[in-house]
Design a protein. Structure first.
Length: 165
């Protein structure tokens, strides 16, 4: 897998990956995290992805096909407790469900960690959906993250996780 720097022009790729993820979750009855509507059909979500793509987008590709995307940024969203030290915040991670089981997400997270450490920052944080029995939280802990604070946004349960150098 090759990971390349992306930008606003890649927002449709990210939206396609998010739409694929929503379709996959809906097919399994998992609608609590992102709902049932494609991200690309929701103007606020499209604008959010376009904004994130301008910040620090990276796209994972296999044979020229986008299989994952992540956004590394500065301060976390306002609902996440701030820290008193430099950090790299993983704003978004999405992978193609067609490539499930090929470690795309793990490789994207390894890349995020390398970017943080190479920039001299020893704290990498991410937040995720904490519902669904905590499966996503378990995924991140399996990748070396440690859960810290929990939060809720309009009833949506979230978990902040961190990884330190």
């Amino acid at each position: 897998m090759r990971i390349r720097e992306g930008g606003v022009a890649d927002a449709p790729i990210v939206l396609g990956l998010l739409d694929e993820a929503v379709e996959w979750m809906v097919a399994r009855g998992q609608t609590e995290q992102w709902g049932t509507e494609p991200w690309s059909a929701q103007p606020k979500r499209v604008a959010r992805i376009e904004g994130l793509a301008a910040e620090g987008l990276w796209v994972g590709e296999v044979d020229g096909e986008a299989v994952g995307a992540l956004v590394l940024g500065g301060p976390p969203p306002t609902w996440i407790p701030p820290v008193d030290e430099p950090e790299v915040y993983l704003q978004l991670l999405v992978t193609s469900r067609r490539h499930q089981g090929t470690r795309v997400g793990a490789r994207m997270l390894e890349f995020a960690r390398e970017q943080a450490w190479e920039s001299g920052v020893s704290l990498l944080r991410v937040d995720c959906w904490a519902g669904g029995g905590g499966r996503l939280v378990d995924y991140y802990t399996g990748q070396g993250f440690t859960p810290t604070e929990t939060f809720s946004v309009n009833g949506w349960p979230g978990q902040v996780l961190e990884m330190r150098r």
